[in-house]
Design a protein around this ligand. Structure first.
Ligand code: FE2
Ligand code: FE2
Length: 143
């Protein structure tokens, strides 16, 4: 379903991809300014995306599906770690340690991609269980 939560979050994940690619490219170079700009762009979008998941999507989901609360809270904890890792990578760049930043960024990007896959899998399973009480026409079930 195009307007499912899984669909919406997958689309947000896809929008992050070019920013990851730009940061990879910038960190492979030798200039710190483009690397800092690319990291700042990515950080801003990741902050927005994870803030939506933390404050909007996941609390709404676990109030509907309390059985998934623990898993959703773990995603939120991972967001906190991701923000910390990005801050650390940015510090490497400001200290002109671009090789260390590029290495750390590769690991970060892999972890983030895995996180996205787990999120999408769980959201797909939740969507299939129809927690919103809608049938395939989008109409709500009668109470
Ligand atoms: Fe997430
Ligand atoms: Fe996400």
């Amino acid at each position: 379903m195009a307007d499912s939560l899984e669909g919406r979050i997958s689309a947000e994940h896809e929008r992050l991809e070019p920013l990851f690619a730009a940061a990879h490219r910038a960190l492979a170079g030798e200039a710190t300014d483009p690397a800092l700009r690319a990291l700042a762009d990515l950080r801003r979008e990741i902050e927005t995306h994870t803030a939506q998941e933390d404050r909007l999507y996941y609390p709404a989901l676990w109030s509907l599906c309390p059985e998934h609360q623990e898993r959703l809270r773990r995603f939120i904890q991972e967001h906190e770690r991701f923000r910390g890792r990005l801050a650390e990578i940015t510090r490497f760049v400001t200290q002109h340690e671009l090789a260390a930043a590029a290495d750390a960024f590769s690991t970060f990007a892999r972890s983030f991609a895995t996180h996205e896959v787990y999120e999408e899998e769980l959201l797909r399973a939740i969507d299939r269980s129809d927690p919103w009480g809608e049938d395939e026409t989008g109409a709500s079930h009668p109470a």
